[in-house]
Design a protein around this ligand. Sequence first.
Ligand code: SF4
Length: 406
Amino acid sequence: MQTGDGLLARLRIPNGRLAPHQMQAIAIAAAQYGNGQLEITARGNLQIRGLTPQTAGDFAAAIRAITAIERGLVVETPPLAGMDPLERADPRPLAQAIRALPITGLGPKVTVIVDGNGQIDLNATGADIRLTAASPDHWHLTVGTNPIGTMATADAVEAAQTILTLLAHRGETARGRDLAPDMIRAALHLTAIATPPPRPATSTIGDFTLNAAFANGIALPFGSIGSADLIALANAARGSGITELRLAPHHTLLAVSPDQSALKTRRSEAADLGFITTPADPRRAISACIGSDGCASGHIAARALAAQLVQRHPALFDGSVTLHVSGCTKGCAHPRAASLTLVGTPGNCALVSNGLAGDTPLVEIAPARMESAFARLVQQRLPGETSAACLTRLGASTIAGLFRQE
Ligand code: SF4
């Protein structure tokens, strides 16, 4: 895939599982054939940036020698699937049966999620078809965002096949949201509408007890890490009894070990390398691309600016707001709306409120003035007020005025 900093390779690692030496080898290949920047996406895929037409072939050969790569229909399961004593059902056999369905003509973005409903769920990850464990042998079916019904495991594969066939008949642009719930129920001979009970959001950062092991989740700052730091992390993991590194949603890397003390050591090593090791880290609220430090389209050093803002104003990121810092209007790092978005423009930095990087900005100022503008914004917070409530109270025109001030 072509991006502003060259070709991007997105790797679908089977079940997101890599041994530490495999992760280390991938990071070395990223430095050798790309620009040394690796990302774990919000869905838990591994991306390597900065490849060129001249290096892409050698990179692909190097990856083939390190790990298998999944192809075909995307069927995702949570990163702790099959090891999680709290999941209601092991989703892997059902996921494998759906992967094996002989269906052609689907668009490349069609995604199925099979979620055992354990310690880390995929509720925040979009899917065309979602099967969530209701019990060891029953699954809630959702298509797009519409709850359809509950069914036994034996019927779930057939239901997935029916819905995927409906999508394939509509062509490669069809998505789950395009199918009317009543039409799906009629095709599946379902009458009952069962809505899965809402669950509190699960965090991917922290400690997890598994069936015969332990896991610890850390996140990549701004979803990205340089190859040298990842090589150092993987190397330390190799020497400390960590058996596996699992890619996880929300830019997270889980270490798995039968030895809990090995995970404690790795957590402090990861913190020293700049990884996020606690859920309260304010960097969790911020998305930023590499910007002008590594992308030809970038007008500002987006990650450097994000790091500066979070270091100077951590209190602003209290969990109620999100910030997106983008090198240009393309908004690669966060293709969704954020509470505040800073966008590089030729010579300036634009501010968008509650929108996307490409939306009409409230105001444009020099990047060097951004830090003092944020200081004025932080001063507006009343005692006990969240940052989100403060932004709402101020409104767009007052916020624009604060950023315009000399
Ligand atoms: S959003 Fe960032 S990474 Fe994407 S093209 Fe623009 S500067 Fe490059």
